[in-house]
Design a protein around this ligand. Structure first.
Ligand SMILES: [Zn+2]
Length: 206
């Protein structure tokens, strides 16, 4: 694929949505907001309208920078869970690697969320986990709750949304179900291939 590499100061032409016409543009470094208005990517090369000074286009060479900024932009995920769920998550992380930090809880959650969202783990398993979790960890009024708080990339936030949409569970229910599945696989079954894989991850991430 042939791709033109632009440099600062170069001239081009583009349709400016602000001026509503074809305008001449100059390439310059600008902070460009994301299309959804949440956050911006700093100092990328962009085509700027010579008439109104708005950014009218972002060349292909700036795409990796945009993508990277997007992934770095973290979203908070919070859930108030019966304390048992956090205990389960801590124990699972500990069983994978007794030296793992609490950060590894997030790695475990992220891996499972992504595998369920991508379909690698069947949706039916998540729904079954939800049912089992509800039966096994009965929620009594006034029982201790702990807060699970994670900062995730937009991609994982999307995974959670996908699962909520496709299972009609709330975010909290999705998280509880995922934790229940982790307890089945790691704490109860101790699946050898999975334990080996998670062990390798814990060395890298936690
Ligand atoms: Zn313009």
């Amino acid at each position: 694929m042939k791709m033109k590499l632009y440099e600062e100061g170069e001239k081009s032409k583009a349709i400016c949505h602000h001026c509503k016409q074809l305008v001449s543009t100059t390439f310059a470094r600008r902070d460009v907001p994301f299309s959804d208005g949440k956050g911006e990517v700093k100092n990328i090369l962009a085509a700027v309208c010579d008439v109104c000074d708005h950014v009218v286009a972002v060349p292909a060479q700036s795409t990796p920078a945009v993508r990277e900024a997007r992934q770095k932009e973290v979203r908070p995920i919070e859930a108030q869970l019966p304390a048992i769920y956090l205990d389960v998550l801590d124990l699972a992380a500990y069983m994978v690697d007794s030296a793992s930090s609490t950060e590894f809880r997030k790695v475990l959650m992220t891996l499972y969320l992504h595998r369920f969202a991508s379909g690698e783990y069947p949706r039916a398993r998540l729904i079954k986990a939800h049912k089992s979790a509800t039966e096994r960890f009965k929620e009594r009024r006034g029982a201790a709750r702990r807060r699970l708080s994670m900062k995730v990339t937009p991609r994982i936030a999307e995974d959670i949304k996908t699962l909520m949409h496709e299972t009609t569970m709330s975010q909290t229910e999705v998280i509880k179900s995922v934790i229940y599945q982790i307890q089945t696989d790691v704490i109860e079954s101790h699946k050898p291939a999975l334990m080996k894989e998670l062990g390798a991850l814990s060395v890298i991430y936690a």
